[in-house]
Write a protein that binds this ligand. Structure first.
Ligand code: SAH
Length: 332
């Protein structure tokens, strides 16, 4: 899935195939903008790196900067750092952010970020990175590959360390994403050295569960992951337990992941909706429908989760609670 997805992001407009939270409702980015303003208060004063991984069309960052520009001193010392591999999307992002009076710098990878107090946002970034699938077979594992237009099973020669301790019954599939865990490990090491806070929002599970979650979206519709390689968006559920573990092993602190619905609720998304509806009653129906799509349990509210990581010694950021997801129900 790795190469097919790289080709996909480099060449296509992903937003004709799927639509993300910041594209659905401006309230998503506004809430995160207010959150960034509060979190910044807990970081050392001075230069501030506002970073985003996989910024898509730049909509989230644009909404965040709009909120910060309305907070007194909100943009002082801010530089924006975008981790984006697609040159085409970099151009779209440049245009989206041109109206803000802040420097914008692009990077290929998170370890290129400056060593300054920072906040990094990543919405639907982890799910864009490739997964490997393994099938429990007796005491060992077989790896599930795509060959030509078919799935094949081969005895797993290298059993990646990420599989250690993973439970699965005979014939069950376990997915791991070594590339996303490596990216989070690198972020965790940065957090252990440089004061910062990272917010990752994605669809996935709070605990590591077996199952095949690989899916393809093409033209807004589910498609066969094996058809049209490079033309469909391939994604897999994010395993937030593994992601949090990767960050903690690297020296960061992980909060418990929370559902997107609860996170937005606690941070006042409905209050913001009421303000917007009052200011523009003719747009109230559309605004309400958009936020409902992000928050309703049977839509994106429970499927999507927010995981916050931070440097040791910093307070728990708003909307989060300390500790792990242990004991929390899967969709709690
Ligand atoms: N965050 C955006 C877009 C999500 S789509 C939104 O919410 O709308 C995934 C984004 O990650 C795209 O911008 C894609 O080009 C980028 N991307 C994919 N693989 C990447 C990688 N390995 N490193 C950095 N960015 C990547």
């Amino acid at each position: 899935m790795g190469r097919a997805n790289a080709a996909y992001y480099a060449s296509r407009d992903p937003f004709s195939d799927f639509v993300t939270s910041p594209e659905i409702s401006q309230i998503f980015g506004e809430i995160l903008g207010a959150w960034v303003a509060v979190v910044r208060q807990s970081l050392p004063a001075g230069a501030f790196c506002l970073a985003e991984a996989g910024p898509g069309r730049g909509t989230l960052m644009s909404d965040v900067l709009r909120v910060l520009s309305r907070v007194p001193g909100g943009l002082s010392g801010v530089s924006v750092h975008l981790v984006e591999t697609s040159l085409r999307l970099r151009e779209v992002q440049k245009q989206a952010l041109a109206r803000f009076d802040v420097p914008v710098i692009w990077h290929d990878a998170v370890e290129e970020l400056p060593e300054q107090p920072f906040v990094l946002l990543g919405n639907e970034f982890l799910d864009a990175l490739p997964v490997r699938q393994f099938v429990r077979s007796g005491a060992g594992w077989r790896e599930r590959f795509v060959q030509g237009a078919d799935w094949v099973l081969c005895p797993a020669e290298d059993v990646p360390p990420e599989l250690a301790g993973r439970e699965a019954g005979e014939g069950e599939i376990v997915e791991i994403s070594p590339l996303s865990l490596a990216a989070v490990g690198r972020l965790g090491r940065v957090l252990s050295r440089v004061p910062g806070v990272v917010l990752l929002c994605d669809y996935g599970t709070s605990r590591s569960l077996p199952g095949d979650s690989l899916q393809a979206l093409r033209g807004g519709r589910p498609a066969d992951p094996l058809e049209h390689p490079g033309e469909a968006d391939l994604t897999a559920h994010v395993d937030f337990q593994a992601v949090a573990q990767a960050a903690v092993s690297a020296g960061a602190v992980a909060c418990a992941s929370v559902t997107q619905g609860r996170f937005l609720e606690v941070l006042g998304a409905r209050v913001r909706l009421a303000q917007l509806c009052q200011a523009a009653p003719e747009e109230a129906a559309g605004l309400t429908a958009g936020l409902d799509r992000l928050m309703a349990p049977d839509r994106m509210g429970h499927l999507f989760r927010v995981l916050v990581l931070h440097s040791p010694g910093l307070p728990v950021p708003p909307g989060c609670s300390a500790g792990t997801d242990a004991g929390e129900s899967e969709w709690g």
